[in-house]
Ligand binder design. Structure first.
Ligand code: PXP
Length: 253
């Protein structure tokens, strides 16, 4: 039994842009938040350029690409417009997410199994450009297998349902969902996919998934940006780092 590899922590800065856009000015600046996150130990910065530009805008992606030293994980829908933007910037990573205009946040996973032919064609030029392509999916076996089949390098398993169940006090259903996430991670890893997890994670729920040896990266945004109001962004990220490292230290490969 050896200690698990260090878990990477990606910080999603979308909601710094949400606050900025609420006033229509330039503050708070998402790049400043990204640089602070880097200094606090983030291994990567995640930003979701939504089709409606409700938080991150095109100029933010340009500023992040030019300004940060850690890898950028560019989240986007699988549309021609986003593919062209991704190919222009060639970020380290591209995470494909489903997008509906009426949703408040990314509500479910991508239907890779139901759209495999189109998605295989969609990701081919991104891979050729040297980007690490990730599929944001649920833990269902069919979605994981389809992601491997179309040549994705990574799957990010959607933890939103688990976090909602915990928040709602539905302990039994939450335990079942956590187990499904664990089995999903094992299945994806066995297929040669790098496994990430994200959405809705806080200190406790992030620790719950940090113990899975197959998980290489967590992407966390909303909770930490909210926590930053109370303790500052750097200390919030440092505390998350401590919590996930401590959880991981209790688990063995
Ligand atoms: N991972 C993916 C693929 C996402 O779409 C999001 C939300 O944009 C996150 C992680 C971060 O979720 P949260 O902001 O709830 O921590």
């Amino acid at each position: 039994m050896k200690p698990l590899a260090r878990l990477r922590l990606g910080i999603n800065i979308d909601h710094v842009a949400t606050v900025r856009n609420a006033r229509g000015g330039a503050l708070p600046d998402p790049l400043r938040a990204a640089l602070l996150a880097e200094a606090a130990g983030a291994d990567g910065i995640t930003a979701h350029l939504r089709e409606d530009r409700r938080h991150i805008r095109d100029a933010d992606i340009e500023a992040l690409m030019a300004g940060i030293s850690v890898p950028l994980n560019f989240e986007c829908a699988a549309t021609d417009e986003m593919q062209a933007i991704a190919l222009r910037h060639k970020p380290h990573a591209i995470c494909l997410v489903p997008e509906k205009r009426e949703e408040r946040t990314t509500e479910g996973g991508l239907d890779v199994a139901g759209d495999a032919t189109r998605l295989a064609g969609f990701i081919a030029p991104l891979r050729d450009a040297g980007c690490r392509v990730s599929m944001f999916i649920g833990h269902e076996a069919g979605q994981i297998e389809a992601s491997a089949k179309i040549g994705a390098a990574v799957v990010e398993l959607h933890t939103g349902r688990y976090c909602d169940l915990i928040a709602g006090g539905e302990t039994g259903a939450a335990c079942a969902e956590l187990e499904a996430l664990r089995l999903g991670a094992i299945r994806a890893h066995a297929l040669g996919l790098e496994v990430h997890m994200g959405h809705g994670l806080d200190f406790e729920t992030a620790s719950d998934v940090a113990v899975f040896p197959e998980v290489a990266e967590l992407n966390i945004g909303h909770f930490l940006i909210g926590e930053a109001v109370f303790r500052g962004l750097g200390p919030a990220i440092e505390e998350m780092r401590r919590r996930i490292d401590a959880a991981r230290a209790t688990a063995k490969a």
